[in-house]
Design a protein around this ligand. Sequence first.
Ligand code: UDP
Length: 312
Amino acid sequence: MARIVVTGGAGFLGSNLCRALLDRGDEVVCLDNLITGSEENIEELFGEPGFSFSNQDVTNHLWIPGPVDAIMHLASPASPIDFAKIPIQIMKVGSLGTHNCLGLARAKGATFHMNSTSEVYGDPLVHPQPETYWGNVNPNGPRSMYDEAKRFSEALTLAYKDKHGIDVRIVRTFNTYGPLMRPDDGRVVSNFITQALQGQPLTVYGDGTQTRSFCYVTDQIEGQLALLDSNYTMPVNIGNDVEFTMLELAEHVVDITNSSAGVVHEPLPKDDPMQRKPDLTVANRELGWSPKVPLREGLEMTTKYFAEKLGL
Ligand code: UDP
């Protein structure tokens, strides 16, 4: 049993992670400033022994009394629609926020677990993407504030490891979906499912031939916990390596929801990666982990969640 600080603990991934940590007997200190996270996501955790919540912005000085075994740093708006809305907050949380969390880890002698992203690979020219790939990132494009903040976070994490001997983990999270996603999150899975449930056409950006590889949230969390429990200190891809086009994703959602509204095509956003799929060799070898939930099954569970949440 450990005492673990989860930053961004009221967000989609964070709240699923808090639940999983409590279920395995860990004590959780959930930090969130509720910019994109929501108290609703952690409502049912408040009564649990071992859970506490603190409304703090990690870009300011952090105050966590008592011992801490690990800091899992998930705090960051992560949807492309947030990139244009709150770019400065995104850069601050990935720079000042990561710096403060590393300082806290150092002060507490805690392991620092950094949530990085497949976005560090940008619009990848190598496919699938192994951790050794340096990426193809536009440093001043519409996604740069997120991509560069996460790349900075990785570099700072490794600098703290080398200079201060901090025990670190770096997970590169690939597209993840499932219950506790925001219905208005703006990402493709939440958009398609909520549109289909509301009888609206699914908005396919571009011609829909771009690909992503979607990981169900329970797989993502299991992978991250396997990494935390390991002693592997270099970046690890965690995601699903079965790849789909956005048109294929739309077909699944239409089929599951019996939607008859069809699809509409909208312009492809600038710098939208054309393909993305993790090479999971390191995760398999170092963590003995691989994803289990097929897309169809995960979409069915997520559709059920959104239908209940939206009262449809
Ligand atoms: N996308 C889409 N329709 C939407 C939202 C997104 O076709 O309503 C596409 C988007 O252009 C991208 C893919 O779906 O190619 C995944 O987008 P998302 O925002 O979920 O995540 P990303 O992987 O781009 O960060």
